[in-house]
Design a protein around this ligand. Structure first.
Ligand SMILES: Cc1ncc(COP(=O)(O)O)c(C=O)c1O
Length: 415
């Protein structure tokens, strides 16, 4: 068992160790990751780390009295997000540690809301397309909410009629994604919102991936289905700042169409040490993540986000055309935003072998098995640089997989 050193070490020893540890990691600097790292631009990373460093000691738990500067930055961040994502008078939001926490809080808030407004509900359930992100499945499990997963339709989008049929008097929430992580398509948020209004249900939109990209994609002329808080019936929306907001890790928002719902999100407890009140799951929160998010949003501004959105969308469309030009592959079409998913269109071409070949060539390959066995990737702006290499490696991998006629199992290894 590894144990504490008897005597401490100085920074040179520690630094050399840390650098040695990293040697076996994927070279994210080279753009070979399909997710996990959403920004490799050195200037942005520098802003992130300077701001993070400045605030790395401060604690968000004390943002009301000890560190009001954190509270101020959080208010600014929420304001910027609400103005991008359809917030109206009375809407509000909270900064969280990531998409998992945002989705968790959405489900928890809906559950607490239902306890007040749907008191007959004793065994609450939620209805979602089967593409619901794993983080929300985890939240449902933690919160003891029954999850009714409904197969998506033939465009891989939420099948709203089938979801409606799954609702009963114990249902409290409908779930939709903008876009879904596995396929990259948007669920039918407008129709889900109308259904939620009709049935008096909570609708949560998981825009963790798309939230900080879609508003800029729309301004660039791309068709983005309505998914924001301004759609009547949408009650909460999660959007990750540490994805297409290019903030440092540990930053997402949960936005509420009606800020009064915060009372269902908030935890407050009178105890020996006074009043403990938090709007998030975490207690101690890294001040650095707040400062880094605030800093990057001000560094980029609208112009910077537009420029990066254009890089993403241009790369996605070039990659999509390149994949379509490789015989033997099929792709989820249309791709709505920034995620591509493709698989094999030929019985004698095993996509798992293609994935292994790509892995051999140094790419970290994202895999799916639903709706089909395939390769999935979320494009970030810096992928523009490596896209030609990706396509030529993919063409070679397909050729190798076809010529060897090898087959391989779906790789179930954990993240
Ligand atoms: C649609 C969606 N929701 C939620 C999450 C969870 O986000 P995080 O990993 O930041 O907790 C992800 C992560 O990829 C996602 O794609």
């Amino acid at each position: 068992m590894y144990s504490l050193p008897k005597q401490g070490h100085g920074w040179p020893w520690i630094e050399s160790k840390l650098n040695a540890f990293r040697e076996g990691d994927i070279r994210w600097q080279e753009g070979r990751l399909p997710y996990f790292v959403w920004c490799t631009d050195e200037a942005i990373l520098d802003i992130q780390s300077r701001a993070y460093h400045l605030y790395h000691v401060e604690n968000g738990l004390g943002s009301k009295r000890a560190f009001p500067s954190l509270d101020r930055m959080e208010t600014d961040i929420i304001g910027m997000c609400l103005s991008l994502l359809g917030g109206g008078p009375g809407s509000d939001g909270t900064l969280t540690s990531g998409g998992t926490e945002s989705n968790f809080l959405a489900l928890k808030t809906a559950r607490s809301w239902a306890r007040v407004h749907r008191p007959h509900v004793t065994r609450p359930n939620i209805v979602a397309p089967s593409s619901i992100h794993a983080s929300a499945v985890k939240a449902a499990e933690y919160l003891n909410l029954e999850l009714r997963k409904i197969p998506f339709d033939d465009e891989f989008r939420s099948d709203v009629a089938a979801m409606a049929a799954a609702i009963d008097d114990q249902t409290i929430l409908l779930f939709g994604s903008a876009p879904q992580f596995p396929t990259g398509v948007f669920d039918r948020i407008g129709e889900l919102a109308a259904l939620a209004q009709k049935m008096d249900l909570w609708l949560h939109v998981d825009a963790c991936v798309g939230g900080m990209l879609s508003p800029f994609a729309r301004r660039l002329g791309h068709h983005i289905p309505d998914f924001e808080l301004s759609v009547p019936g949408v009650r909460s929306l999660s959007a990750d700042l540490h994805k297409y907001g290019y903030a440092g890790k540990g930053a997402s928002v949960l936005l509420l169409a009606d800020g009064a719902d915060l009372e269902h999100q908030r935890f407050s407890y009178e105890w020996g040490s006074g009043t403990y009140t938090t709007d998030t799951f975490l207690g101690t929160r890294p001040g650095g993540a707040v400062a880094a998010a605030w800093a990057v949003m001000h560094y980029l501004g609208e112009a910077g986000y537009l420029e990066r959105a254009k890089m993403v969308l241009d790369t996605v469309s070039a990659l999509a055309s390149g994949i379509d030009a490789i015989p033997g592959l099929r792709r989820v079409k249309p791709h709505d935003l920034c995620i591509l998913l493709y698989g094999s269109a030929e019985p004698r071409l095993d996509i798992n072998v293609v994935a292994e070949e790509m892995g051999q060539k140094g790419w970290y390959v994202g895999r799916t098995r639903e709706p089909f066995e395939g390769i999935q990737l979320a494009i970030n702006p810096e992928h523009q640089r490596v896209m030609p290499q990706y396509l030529s490696d993919l063409a070679a991998s397909v050729e190798q997989a076809r010529s060897t006629r090898r087959t391989a199992e779906f790789d179930k290894s954990t993240y």
